[in-house]
Design a protein around this ligand. Structure first.
Ligand code: ZN
Length: 290
């Protein structure tokens, strides 16, 4: 091998190595750009830890939302949730909030960030209310902003038609009626579960949560309260409606099997809240989607 060839060979290797490194850097930064490009509003956001990590979290939340509501949500572009009816809502308002503020003023991102765990879980930790932090606008766009608008989409289903028939009014939006009918069919195969499910205490009712000015999800026709005989509610057991107070008691008598069936069909359970409501289930697939 001549000296000249060896120099050329060595130079060639170096060029090749540089090309590989450059390709890697370019492709990595392009990936960053793509993720960042999906949310141009992210720069300077309050929870920005590192650009890439935060962008990825934001994208995951957006994907979860679209996957949960394919009938209603068309896309998330930048910081906007775009609904199929043309309405646009901000995903993130960029504001840092206390828990009490989140109850009243949650944006969609705050709602999605609360972690709801499927299956058997321990007693809820203090102030852990997964799914109870809600962005009212999201529900109003999908289900109706006023009673008349919600009522236009209500249908009557027969709950437990073969064992303890009961007519219930629920929304047909997002297939909530069909999902409740499927839950009812599963419950009817389990005689031991029927006492808990029969004589449901209510579904649609336009009302605020007692002690607050916030709308209950019963207002949208997406919630059901099962039999109150076996139910517990933080306000009843603790003799208060004040959310700011410590709640010493947690009581639950609803079997896990019932919770599992509801969760399988996209409903979250009020028994997993610090402010517990064990008769209450509501259709919240965004909290259950992977
Ligand atoms: Zn309820």
């Amino acid at each position: 091998m001549s000296t000249l060839f060896r120099i050329q060979y060595g130079f060639g290797k170096m060029v090749l190595l540089m090309a590989v490194v450059t390709t890697f850097i370019v492709s990595t930064s392009m990936r960053r750009l793509r993720i960042s490009g999906a949310d141009s509003q992210l720069a300077g956001r309050r929870r920005l830890i590192t650009g890439v990590a935060e962008d990825t979290v934001q994208l995951q939340l957006a994907r979860r939302l679209i996957k949960a509501y394919p009938d209603c949500i068309a896309a998330v572009q930048g910081n906007q949730v775009i609904f199929k009816n043309g309405v646009k809502l901000p995903l993130d308002d960029g504001r840092q909030k206390t828990l009490i503020q989140e109850y009243a003023e949650a944006d969609i991102e705050d709602q999605l960030r609360t972690r709801y765990v499927k299956g058997k879980t321990p007693r809820p930790a203090e102030l852990d209310d997964p799914g109870r932090i809600r962005n009212d606008s999201l529900f109003k766009v999908m289900y109706g902003a006023m009673p008349a608008a919600v009522q236009r989409n209500l249908v009557t289903i027969t709950w437990l038609p073969n064992t303890a028939p009961q007519q219930l009014r629920v929304t047909r939006i997002n297939g909530v009626d069909k999902k409740l009918q499927a839950i009812s069919a599963e419950l009817e195969k389990l005689p031991a579960m029927l006492p808990y499910a029969r004589e449901a205490a209510g579904t649609y009712s336009w009302r605020v949560i007692k002690g607050t000015t916030r709308l209950s999800t019963h207002s949208y026709g997406i919630a059901i309260d099962i039999n109150t005989t076996f139910s517990n509610y933080w306000q009843w057991d603790n003799k208060t409606t004040d959310e700011h107070r410590k709640i010493p008691q947690y009581v639950n008598r609803i079997p896990q099997q019932i919770v599992d069936i509801f969760e399988k069909h996209g409903f979250i359970w009020g028994g997993k809240w610090y402010h517990y409501d064990t008769m209450h289930f509501e259709y919240r697939p965004e909290m259950l989607a992977d």
